[in-house]
Design a protein around this ligand. Sequence first.
Ligand code: ZN
Length: 255
Amino acid sequence: MLEIILENIVTAPERLGLPAAYAESDVLLYRQYGRYDTVAVQREGRQLLERAEALQAEYDIAALPRLGKQYAEWSKKLQQLKFKRLLHGEFAADKGITLYVNAIRQECAEHGWDYAVYYDSVLVHERVHLLHYQAVLAHFGAAGAAVQSAEYKQAQRYWYGRQTEAAQAAVVKETLAEFARWLWCLQQGHLALAQAFLQTPEEARTCIPYYPYAGVRGLCALYVRSPQAAVRAYSELWQLSLTSWQQAYARIKEL
Ligand SMILES: [Zn+2]
């Protein structure tokens, strides 16, 4: 399945039942990840340090356990700092695919990548989201159904997930889309680009709960060990994702 997707997704999307048309946009948008504001956490760290110095000066040993607790809480926040990423493309159920051309241009200028190749790789990613969405619609019997129909509403509710499940759904969706993009780059011979996807951005090194691209590394590592096993795991993940985000997410954690 994955092979057929990758062979056709850029040059013959209609063979996959995908519309050839999509939109381009000039705007620069950022997406935020993580929980805490960097400046606020830095400020809190400085305050803790000042407090520790004051306690030392006063020889106030009784206050130390409290400070220790505050420090432990502060380090937890430090692990979950916010960071933002420039949005290169987007798929929305109601609007379809948008590619942010200025963001792609900026990324390419920064890293010396070929614009056309990078553009296509983003298109692969977004088209996999669209294919995945179509598969969910079909699973709920909502392919081609009216937006007011019960099937369509059920499929929509499932696609977005709720609360924790929404975060798990995002990880599964991004893993499926980004791994396909990585493999496409690899198969097209864009090795430097494929390699770059595996480098965790500086800011993401801290542990972001449900970081959406978290599953990609596991699949890529599996592919390096055994391409067949990775392709099989991808199909399993795709199938599981049609019925349970939770189970699909659990499968990613096993990788
Ligand atoms: Zn995505």
